[in-house]
Design a protein around this ligand. Structure first.
Ligand code: ASP
Ligand code: MG
Length: 407
């Protein structure tokens, strides 16, 4: 008998019909002889509504109270799911995060799971229950309720799967899996049958927003296979796992995009030790995360320093950097907030020549100017004008023959 952890997102449990639909899917898995532990998110937009409600009462609610409030969203859906299963003649029990043994640190609204003591879950499974766990929450050592950050039910599910040594963690959502590119932009994009954890992290954080990245990281640490599939049909999804076949034919697995990019250039910076540290220290202190950083080779001891930030951070970054630029004797400080970051992602690329040049050629054929280039072990990224992003993604999808799928 296999133990399986399933997770259903908010849109999959948004109303009574949808809850009944999910209950039938849980039963189907149970009828195959599996022991099933289910993690649910709050129904539909419940979490947003609870946040709004709290703010109406108090514009700055205390974090402790807010976390207790938000945790109720998942409690509602877990109890209703248990009731739906009872109504269909199945034994089920709902457990809150604390009852399920999920222990966290005490950072309200973005707590991290420190330990899981799954005794109660195992006891309920032994009694023949389907166990429904409220996602997104846990308990601190001081016995206060915490939440794990928006989208955190994915993390609950993967952590539970690891703690229970489940065979697989199945994440059911409103998309059918992980695609080679955003299907809204590239209609020929196809669903990947499988993908590595690291590739998935790149695709997820760079745009294919399918799953919480913390959950993927956790999957990687515990080597827990994760299936991402639709809760609305029975089509096969994408399996995220560590054992990607050694010699896959197409080393580019997907194209990631990020349209939330702004660039800052400090022009004419004197080239001497300590300048970069002066600039990036203030940004770090202001909690602004800097992405791509490029410094030119200096000419006559003068160089340019360019970096990118999320667009929402641009104004703050500029107001912090301008005085520093002045004090270090830089000529100017300029910005551009109409940029996009496009990446080709795939594990095997670094040992195979030609991917970078293929990418640059495809972009040049579209007359797309590349402003910045960065590479890592598993991706090559170009920063280009935002209004050319779609053309770039389409051209790259074609250049690397992603429409033909894997075989
Ligand atoms: N309900 C929480 C949220 O909306 C957690 C989740 O959906 O995973 O962020
Ligand atoms: Mg969600």
């Amino acid at each position: 008998m296999a133990l399986i952890v399933q997770k259903y997102g908010g849109s999959s449990v948004a109303d009574a019909d949808k809850i009944n639909n999910v209950a039938r899917r849980i039963i189907a898995s149970n009828n195959k002889g599996n022991e099933v532990v289910v993690v649910v998110s709050a129904m539909g937009k419940t979490t947003d509504e609870l946040i709004q409600l709290a703010r109406k009462i108090n514009p700055k609610p205390e974090e402790r109270e807010l976390d207790v409030l938000l945790s109720t969203g998942e409690i509602v859906s877990s109890t209703l799911m248990a009731m739906a299963l009872h109504n269909m003649g199945y034994k089920a029990v709902s457990l809150s995060g604390p009852q399920a043994g999920i222990e966290t640190d005490s950072v309200y609204s973005k707590a991290r799971i420190t330990r899981i003591e799954p005794r109660r879950i195992l006891k309920e499974l032994e009694k023949g229950n389907i166990v429904i766990v409220a996602g997104f929450q846990g308990l601190t050592k001081e016995e206060d309720i915490t939440t794990l950050g928006r989208g955190g039910s994915d993390t609950t599910a993967v952590a539970l799967a690891a703690a229970l040594k489940a065979q697989i963690c199945e994440i059911y959502t409103d998309v059918e899996g992980v695609f080679t590119a955003d299907p809204h932009i590239v209609p020929e994009a196809h669903k990947l049958k499988e993908i590595g954890y690291e590739e998935m992290l790149e695709l997820a954080t760079l745009g294919a927003k399918v799953m919480h990245s913390r959950a993927v990281e956790l999957g990687q640490v515990y080597n827990m296979p994760i299936l991402v599939a639709s809760s609305f049909n029975d089509k096969p999804g994408t399996i995220i796992h560590g054992g990607i076949p050694m010699e896959i034919r197409n080393k580019v697995r997907g194209i990631a995009q990020d349209l939330n990019v702004a660039k800052v250039t400090v022009v004419g910076v004197p080239d001497r030790p300590g300048i970069a540290s002066a600039i990036f220290e203030v940004l770090a202190k202001a909690n602004i995360s800097v992405d791509t950083i490029v410094q030119n080779a200096s000419i006559n001891n003068i160089t340019d320093l360019t970096f990118t930030v999320a667009r929402g951070d641009l104004d703050k970054a500029m107001s912090l950097i301008k005085p520093i630029a002045k004090s270090i004797g830089a000529k100017d400080c300029v910005s551009d907030s109409t940029l996009a970051k496009i990446s080709i992602v795939g594990t095997g690329m670094q040992n195979t020549p030609g991917y970078a040049s293929g990418m640059f050629k495809a972009l040049s054929e579209q007359n797309i100017n590349i402003q910045l280039i960065t590479t890592s072990e598993i991706k090559i990224t170009c920063i280009i004008a935002e209004n050319r992003a779609k053309d770039a993604i389409k051209a790259l999808h074609k250049t690397f023959a992603l429409e033909y799928g894997e075989s």
